[in-house]
Design a protein around this ligand. Structure first.
Ligand code: FAD
Length: 457
């Protein structure tokens, strides 16, 4: 059998792997990308993109339905779920094709097969062929975490990929886990007409994010029609031949009937292909890396979900670029900056850096300042009022965290991310003129408040 050889092997073609491959190819490194399914990984095929296609269009439906108070009358507005799914699939298909084209343009060899490391210089492909490499980047990503007693069966119990592939809107949906994925999926199906209940073990939704803003978001979503059981868990389920499950949730006396149960309690790293490598792992079996994504094996780096939290596409891609440039000997630009993240509910909830609680746990002397969304004129003009801009500062007024609950918070957060990565202070933000009337004035006002010169409250 012909022996394949490459300089740089990249295992996994998600946002971590394919971005690494494009950069490496364009730097003139002989690069081979091995992917068992489709380029784009979870993000493009089963995550970020299909979920946002559905969220965006269902938000439009919701906006039309809620337009009465502005004088908008749109009776019998409906969304054809089949047509919407086709739109989602077209978006995904187009982007996957586009990435393949760019990979080819960058001179990357793509092998569509499952790979398993034989040792630190050989990858064995599913066909049995060996691919010899000098250096490697592991970007194998993650999969839905299992929950004992609620094993995914594709019929009664589904994961996020199963939810995105549904051909009909279920009459009722129980979402187990109120993280970003659970809330986004719950909101999509609620808007499409399902009765949605969310169960979360922790005392508040979106564990790890700012609790006060998470509480405001929970109230908004409750008014919208989602039901929440926080500090609760599924105690038992009984699947019925009619296609429903009877579910007992702790704290509720009765069993409730759900057509589908979505398990969204986190993700586990894909490490089956790595069992012949002597890698160090951290809690949860994520690969341990240093600041340059080096693993315990000198010629192998790891990026993205498989290399640990936060499990976000843009973190995976950024790490991929850092890893390739380090391999290529390009001078370092610095460590991984604070990683921003967003939950694409309505309003969106975006965050970067420390919450006050995290900062205090780290022994920092921090303070937080909250500016309400209702005091931002643009928000009032848009007819939205619930939300907030919160900044967390250290004792010298340096920004160490920003948390925004507002429409388009994911877009608004870019200024804050830049501020944190450059080590800017609240004073610096107040020297930046913000266009009026825009939602971005909320961050300005929160920083004015933090430096003791509040204006609009
Ligand atoms: C429903 C959902 C919504 C999400 N929304 C967002 C969002 O809005 N924003 C955001 O930033 N993140 C979001 N995420 C998270 C995001 O998808 C991941 O953080 C991102 O995909 C991680 O990229 P990665 O390259 O590390 O791994 P992955 O995207 O998981 O890609 C890994 C790739 O490796 C391949 N692979 C694995 N093992 C092998 C092997 N042995 N041989 C060959 N190929 C292999 C897999 O087939 C896969 O294509 C979402 C996730 C989900 C599930």
């Amino acid at each position: 059998m012909e022996k394949l050889k490459t300089q740089l092997l990249i295992l996994g073609g998600g946002p971590g792997g394919y971005v690494s491959a494009i950069r490496a190819g364009r730097l003139g490194i002989k690069t081979t990308l091995v992917e068992r399914h489709k380029v784009g990984g979870v993000c493009l095929n089963y995550g970020c993109i299909p979920s946002k296609a559905l969220l965006g269009k269902t938000a439009l439906l919701q906006a039309l339905k809620k337009g009465k108070r502005f004088g908008l009358s749109a009776e019998n507005v409906n969304l054809d779920f089949k047509r919407l799914s086709q739109f989602k699939n077209q978006v995904v298909g187009g982007l996957v094709k586009g990435i393949e084209t760019i990979l080819n343009d960058a001179g990357v060899d793509i092998i569509f097969q499952e790979g398993k490391f034989k040792d630190e210089h050989i990858l064995e492909l599913a066909t049995g062929q060996h691919l010899e490499f000098a250096q490697a980047i592991i970007a194998t990503g993650s999969h839905n975490k299992e929950l004992p007693g609620l094993e995914v069966d594709g019929k009664y119990i589904i994961d996020s990929s199963g939810a995105l592939a549904l051909e009909e809107v279920p009459a009722s949906l129980l979402v187990v886990g109120a993280g970003a994925i659970g809330l986004e999926m719950g909101l999509i199906f609620h808007r499409l007409g399902a009765e949605v209940t969310v169960v979360e073990l922790m005392p508040e939704i979106l564990p790890g994010m700012d609790k006060e803003l998470a509480g405001i978001l929970r109230n908004i979503l409750t008014k919208e029609g989602l039901q929440f059981n926080i500090g609760s868990q599924v105690e038992s389920i009984q699947k019925s031949p009619e296609g429903f499950s009877q579910v007992k949730i702790s704290g509720s006396a009765e069993r409730m009937k759900y057509q589908k149960i979505l398990v969204a309690v986190g993700r586990s790293p894909n490490v089956e292909a790595l069992s012949n490598l002597d890698l160090n792992y951290s809690k949860g079996k994520f690969i341990e890396t240093d600041d340059w994504m080096n693993t315990s094996i000198p010629n192998i780096k790891a990026v993205g979900d498989v290399a640990g939290m936060p499990l976000l596409a843009h973190k995976a891609s950024h790490q991929g670029l850092m890893a390739v440039e380090d391999f290529a000997g390009i001078p370092e630009k610095g460590l991984l900056p604070p990683v921003p993240g967003a939950v694409f509910t309505e309003p969106e909830f975006a965050s970067v850096g420390f919450t006050l609680e995290n900062a205090e746990q780290e022994g920092l002397s921090a303070k937080e300042y909250l500016f309400p969304l209702q005091a931002v004129p643009r928000a009032r003009a848009m007819g939205v009022a619930e939300g907030a801009f919160k900044v967390v500062t250290d004792e010298r007024g340096k920004l160490i965290g920003v948390h925004i609950l507002a429409p388009e918070a994911g877009e608004l957060l870019a200024e804050a991310s830049l501020a944190l990565s450059l080590g800017l202070s609240v004073e610096d933000i107040t020297h930046n003129i913000h266009i009026h009337p825009t939602l971005s004035e909320g961050l300005l006002e929160a920083c004015l408040l933090a430096k003791g010169s509040k204006i609009h409250i």
